[in-house]
Design a protein around this ligand. Sequence first.
Ligand code: VGL
Ligand code: ZN
Length: 243
Amino acid sequence: MVTDRRSFLKSTVVGAVAVSAAAAATKAEAQGARVKPGPRDVLLVVDVQNDFIPGGALPVQEGDLIVPLVNRLAAGFDHVILTQDWHTPGHVSFASTHPGKKPFETVKLEYGTQVLWPDHCVQGTPGADFHKDLKVPHAELIIRKGYRKQMDSYSAFYEADGKATTGLAGYVKDRGFQQVYLVGLATDFCVCWSALDARKVGLGAAVIEDACRGIDTNGSLGKAWDQMAKAGVKRIRSTDITA
Ligand code: VGL
Ligand code: ZN
């Protein structure tokens, strides 16, 4: 019968559409929703400095590998901020400042437990310079941190006591940015602390994990990811961002 045949065809077509829509949804889910950075998004490029690159004073494994990726991602953002670890000579975070202490040991300071590092990113030294291949000419701000001799600062927002400010929270608010994307070194210290503070000041935060590398001392990398997840920091990949 004509009608039967028609309704059969119709249901087949509807069925096919439904199946392909479901397949598309599954594919999109598997890929994750891709994000195109907009005017309220800012990329924070954390400490891509010579001392954190293999061959530097506090090398992060594969730290050099992220540089081309960071350049590519940055090109897709209208707004980029760079951070620069910027310590005084004899800084309190240096093992050499504490007689008898070695790098990666800890000391208790007024503001809490401080991991001790090799001397690194001393103001004005080549180790504190950005990696020579980092190309982000449109970066709008370079925020320096850790320049108070008696206090470390992993975060780009607040120093280690959680109170001394770098001014970044005010800047970001003034500029109307709402969502911070983070890349750079090191995942478990400056990237993590910056992401946590971004959440504290009411910003959205997403760490682009393949554009970061970690130090991982005493389980610090796993702990960092746990803390970030609890604080609502998104963990994404560079393929989640479209230019
Ligand atoms: C960093 C340790 C000491 C970092 C800075 O950039 O993650 N880590 N200073
Ligand atoms: Zn440092």
